[in-house]
Unconditional design. Structure first.
Length: 283
């Protein structure tokens, strides 16, 4: 602070003395190679882990998962490149993540040509993300929900890749087994609940409706999980207890703002419990 004040006073003295003030050289801003939305990695990790759990094993699941992980920062910096004027800043991270994404995506596609249709579908949905971002709704609940749908869709895609390697032909997405539907439902409920909860404590903390949205969603998820467990004949406790924890965190944390790091760790624990609950439910 003192240095800044002295610089201003010195500049004023130079002007008064008829001399032009020396130009202040600003330090170059560092280029970020990772999206600032740290929760996005967990939102990718949960469905990928669930997809690997329900899919028959194949080494192509590894290449597909790496491509999916690289697609997240690639999509983020692509959106930033389109939306913001200082485009040169986003070229280095775009180049790096494209270098990671392209070979793994092509390797997976070469063995599963039907994934081209999946890629087209993702491109259409991503266009919705870009449209919302360019209209100032990048952090809106609508855009977050679209991103959640993109993540949850990885579960049936990974399952289909694994099945294709076993039977030699792509399965029908209209005939998903109950385990895949359950995994998708659990991931969707957990991620929407997490989004509502974090928004209610940070971005939307001045909006009391988000507090109620978070509580209602969290409590309702317990009942939905129990009904799904009963309907599918799996362990109801294993399916529903993770959502009991998530409902408890919504109630316990209240409406008091918390540090993002603390919130992130609690949400990560919830996601791990969802994964363990699914793995132990016998689906």
């Amino acid at each position: 602070m003192a240095t800044a004040i002295e610089s201003i006073m010195s500049a004023g003295t130079n002007i008064q003395a008829g001399r032009s003030a020396p130009a202040v050289k600003r330090p170059a801003r560092k280029v970020s190679y990772f999206p600032p939305q740290h929760g996005g990695w967990a939102f990718l990790g949960l469905p990928i882990a669930l997809g690997l759990t329900v899919a028959p094993w194949s080494w192509l699941l590894v290449t597909a998962s790496i491509a999916a992980v690289a697609a997240f920062p690639l999509a983020h910096f692509t959106t930033a490149f389109i939306r913001y004027p200082n485009r040169d800043k986003y070229k280095p991270p775009l180049a790096i993540w494209a270098t990671v994404f392209v070979p793994f995506a092509l390797l997976t596609l070469a063995t599963n040509p039907w994934l081209l249709l999946v890629g087209i579908a993702y491109a259409v949905i991503f266009a919705v993300n870009v449209a919302l971002a360019t209209h100032g709704q990048e952090r809106s609940m609508l855009n977050d929900t679209v991103f959640i749908i993109e993540c949850v869709a990885l579960i049936p895609v990974l399952w289909a890749i694994g099945v294709d390697q076993v039977v030699g032909s792509p399965p029908s997405f209209f005939a998903l087994p109950p385990a895949v539907w359950l995994a998708m439902a659990m991931a969707f409920m957990a991620m929407v609940g997490s989004t509502l909860h974090v928004k209610s404590l940070i971005r939307e903390r001045a909006n009391p409706r988000y507090r109620w949205y978070s509580l209602v969603w969290a409590v309702a998820s317990i009942g939905v999980a129990a009904i799904l467990g009963w309907t599918l004949g799996v362990n109801i406790a294993a399916v529903s207890l993770p959502f009991v924890f998530l409902a408890g965190r919504s109630i316990a944390l209240g409406d008091t703002p918390r540090k993002p790091g603390v919130l992130g760790m609690v949400e990560l624990v919830g996601f791990i419990l969802v994964l363990l609950g699914f793995a132990l439910c016998g689906a």
